[in-house]
Design a protein around this ligand. Structure first.
Ligand code: NAI
Length: 247
């Protein structure tokens, strides 16, 4: 019976970059995929078209993951339409880089709210749905920066380290209901988030990566799909997708 039900995935920040690639990978695996996005309607519509072309009953929902009321309202709408949520990819994220001594309170709070508090806002209602289903899989997008820190990213490193602790605690709490919770720690991935970096900084970074190349959103997406759907005996893990940067 269970096998005949079409699974439903929610990918936050799914309109572009890593989230878009995860959404496509899950649609390829036969899931109906709901993407969330912050504001770029054109990018979201284009991604939805791509997902539908893969046979997925896809929709895009615009809401701010750092706004509790917006999240609750939209998760309720998604549940009303789809009737279940099997996979959650907590992917939406931002950077507001700067040396800590000059970091404004606004830049600290924006990053913590969007990258960490959002995980609470989104996962809280979704985990209740998964608990009733007695099944589900959650993949949180962390970062290598959450494991080893980075100059100019005290806010981002704090949020991503928080995501790793969140993953491990939640994995322990939800295991009894057959809900798995894992995290991915991407290294340097080519997306809008990283394209503003100066060329010489990119060359220097690449030199430090054992595989000597930057990653692509697809490199992360195949791992997200593996953790979300295939790795049935894996929970509470943080899997690096970083070309060997840290191990
Ligand atoms: P991106 O900037 O290309 O895409 C971010 C996505 O998040 C967009 O779809 C955007 O609409 C959405 N988003 C941002 N703020 C939002 C909000 N308040 N509410 C709803 N959606 C919001 O970024 P990228 O590179 O694809 O990153 C995705 C995730 O991967 C992020 O969590 C990021 O921290 C993480 N990551 C990225 C790395 C990289 O090298 N690109 C490395 C390590 C982690």
């Amino acid at each position: 019976m269970e096998d005949t039900i079409k699974k439903v995935a929610l990918v936050t920040g799914g309109s572009r970059g890593i989230g878009r690639a995860c959404a496509i990978e899950l649609a390829r695996a036969g899931l109906d995929v709901v993407i969330n996005y912050a504001g770029n309607v054109d990018a979201a519509s284009k991604t939805v078209e791509e997902l539908r072309a893969l046979g997925s009953n896809a929709e895009a929902y615009q809401f701010d993951v750092s706004n509790k009321a917006q999240v609750e309202e939209n998760i309720a709408k998604i549940f009303e339409k789809y009737g279940r949520i099997d996979v959650l990819i907590n992917n939406a994220g931002i950077t507001r880089d700067g040396l800590f001594i000059r970091m404004s309170e606004e830049n600290w709070l924006d990053v913590i709210n969007t990258n960490l508090n959002s995980a609470y806002f989104v996962t809280n209602p979704v985990s209740k749905i998964m608990m009733k289903q007695r099944s589900g899989s959650i993949v949180n997008m962390a970062s290598v920066v959450g494991l080893y820190g980075n100059v100019g990213q005290a806010n981002y490193a704090s949020a991503k380290a928080g995501i790793i602790g969140f993953t491990k605690a939640l994995a322990k709490e939800l295991a009894a209901r057959s809900i798995r919770v894992n995290a991915i720690a991407p290294g340097f991935i080519q997306t809008d988030m990283t394209k503003t970096l100066p060329e010489n900084a990119v060359a220097m970074m690449t030199e430090h990566i054992p595989l000597k190349t930057l990653g692509t959103p697809e490199d992360v997406a195949v791992v997200a799909k593996f953790l979300a759907l295939d790795a049935k005996y894996v929970t509470g893990q943080v899997l690096g997708v970083d070309g060997g940067l840290i191990f």
